[in-house]
Design a protein around this ligand. Sequence first.
Ligand code: SF4
Length: 264
Amino acid sequence: MKAVSFGGGVQSVGLLVLAARRVIPYRTFLFANVGDDSEDPATLDYVRDVAQPYAAKHGIQLHTLDRTTRAGETETLWGRMMRQGSRALPIPVRMSNGAPGTRGCTRDFKIQVIGRHLRRHGASAASPATVAVGISLDEVSRAANRRTEPYERVTYPLLDLGMRRTDCQKVIADEGLPMPGKSACWFCPLKPLSAWREMRRDRPHLFLRACSLEEALNETRIWAGKGNDPVFLTRTGRPLAEAVRKAQDELPFDVGCDSGWCMT
Ligand code: SF4
């Protein structure tokens, strides 16, 4: 089995165009949706309105995969955090010093979801699936950090082709497709301050929800006995509403991660 791990961002869509042009030999793309309430709404719109129809037109299967519980219900990352009585802090919240905490979100909502699909379709340690990941030349260090699971062999077609993020943008534009945004959960604490500022300006309703989430996570942390030290969604050591407003002219060199998500 051969499949592309599709995140819905620039590099993933670049791979989709390359597959449609038969530059790379992949006809199956797997999109692990962390939840309709968790994935960036712009990414969900792009996958539904642009990527899906484009893939279908070119005979490519683009599967959207949800995490399901043993009872067969869909579980979302937001839902896990907001469940009444939840003790879960699955996202990489920032400590007072700005360092991200441990996270289970990438493993549970992306790696395991894609892994289950691959294994259901025959992938195993004895017969691993080939999984292509959209890492471009300008973020090559991410390839070194990516763990390989026993049931997969990971390939990096963009590295093999020597393509950078800008090359992917050119391929997408040449194909006449709109440019996708950053693919990540809209509340991801790995998001750079510049992206939080854009959210506050352009999507204030989401920003307000993120502020509420930050408060809820701190309540969960205290309730779960994980300490009284506050945690944050930015690396500033300040509550989101305060940090983003005050940081607007303070941190011009803030770059953070580009694609923002966990690159599975
Ligand atoms: S984008 Fe951020 S919050 Fe979402 S799964 Fe990845 S690391 Fe976790």
